[in-house]
Structure formats: C-alpha cells, structure tokens
Design a protein around this ligand. Structure first.
Ligand code: HEC
Length: 210
C-alpha cells in the first residue's frame, strides 16, 4: 500500500473517530441526526477525493498537485472509492459500533456491483424515495428504528454521480479496455452526471433509556 493511501486511511479513521466520540464527551445530549449527517459528509469527501485522484494513484511517477506525466505507465492499483469506503467503515465499526455502508438499487439490469453493498429492506425503501425525480437533491433521511430489540438511529444520504465517477460508471464506449468494462473489470452502467447512484447508510446504536 502506498504512503499516500495509508495517509488517507489514517486521517479518515482519525477524523471519523473524533466526530463519533467528541460530541458524546462535549454535549450532555448528543444530536444524533447531526452526527450522522456529518459522518456521511465526511465519507462523501473521502470517496470524492479518492475518485478525483484515481489517475494520480495509478500513473507511474505522478504526484498530487502536479500535471500527470505524459506517456507514463498506468497500472490500476485497486483503489476504488466504494471499496475504500467499505474497509474504512469496517475498521470504524470495530472501534465505535457505528455501521457505515454504501448501497444502491442499481440501474436497469445492473444491480449492486458487489453483493456486500446490497440494500436491506429499510435501505430499499429509502433509496426508492431518493430515486424519485421529485425528491429534493442532497436531502438525507433519518429515523429511529428497532433492530433485534435494540434502538438505533438510521440515516441515509444520497450519493450522486460526479464527473470523477464517470471513468468507471459512465458510458461503456469510454471503457479503457474497449470492451465496456471499467479499469476494475466491471461493466460500466451508462450513468450520467447528477444521477442518483445509491446512498451512504449509517446505523448508530442508541443508549437504552435509564
Ligand atoms: C476506479 C473506478 C471507480 C470509480 C472512479 C468510482 N467507482 Fe464506484 N464502484 C467501482 C467498483 C469496482 C465498485 C464495486 C466495489 C466493490 O466490489 O466493493 C463500485 C461500487 C460503487 C458503489 C456501491 C454500490 C455497488 O454497486 O456495489 C457506489 C454507491 C459507487 N460505486 C458510487 C460511485 C461514485 C458516486 C463515484 C464517484 C464519486 C464512484 N463510484 C467512482 C468503481 C469505481
């Protein structure tokens, strides 16, 4: 793993942990909705920055903030925003008990790229609302739920296709291997910029009332 990726992971884990722990110490009553909203934004920023830096990560000799070297060898390093989001989420869960997931209903014949990201019933319902053209852009949804007798706060925030996502999720005609597959070897789904791609889904365990 390169130093740059390690630095991103360490920084992400640190800031997410701070966001998760600090309000509990600072405020008597934690605003769980605000905490979930901010966590979703943080993962969104991490994912966005990874997507924007895909060519820097994969191009030999490339550096952040400098133009990409011309005609340099390119090799895909496996840094996929959703995959990194997943491993960061798994690590974060171990330390906090808060679940962070990325999920989707897919598009047309394309379901989730990875079954790990398949939505559960609550996520399916919320995603269906996010996909409705009349749903306000950039609006999250959260509510208290009971899972296996335990109270949790569930929050979902829609994920949209941005320019940097098009390399892998855009027009199959732009496939780097010319066969409709992206650099990770997955079929490109013809998403357009601005389209809903799925959501970030957060589950925060709530303390039982005394
Ligand atoms: C380098 C190629 C690449 C880029 C760039 C990329 N993705 Fe993906 N995306 C993938 C792959 C591959 C998967 C499947 C990951 C896995 O197997 O865990 C995936 C999975 C996902 C998922 C999880 C749901 C599913 O289908 O499994 C979401 C949501 C997602 N991508 C959204 C985005 C968004 C939004 C962007 C831009 C910010 C983006 N992706 C940029 C390759 C990419």
């Amino acid at each position: 793993m390169s130093k740059r990726i390690k630095a991103v992971l360490v920084l992400s884990a640190f800031i997410l942990t701070t966001i998760g722990v600090f309000p509990a110490l600072a405020a008597e009553k934690v605003d769980v909705r605000k905490m979930a909203e901010d966590m979703a934004q943080f993962l969104l920023s991490t994912r966005r920055l990874l997507a924007q830096n895909v060519d820097i990560i994969n191009t030999h000799g490339a550096k952040v903030g400098e133009p990409l070297p011309q005609n340099a060898p390119y090799s895909f390093k496996g840094v996929i925003p959703a995959y990194m989001g997943r491993v960061i989420g798994e690590d974060f869960f171990k330390n906090t008990g808060i679940q962070v997931k990325q999920t989707t209903l897919g598009k047309g014949d394309f379901g989730p790229r990875n079954v790990y990201n398949a939505p559960d019933d609550w996520e399916k319902e919320v995603l269906t609302r996010f996909y409705e053209p009349s749903y306000p852009k950039g609006k999250g949804y959260g509510e208290e739920q009971e899972i296996e007798g335990k109270r949790v706060y569930r929050y979902a925030f829609p994920l949209y296709i941005e320019k940097a996502c098009m390399k892998c999720h855009g027009d199959p005609k732009t496939s780097p291997t010319g066969d409709g597959l992206d650099m990770a070897g997955k079929p490109m789904e013809s998403y357009a910029e601005g389209e809903v791609r799925g959501c970030i889904s957060i589950t925060i365990p709530l303390a039982e009332a005394a």
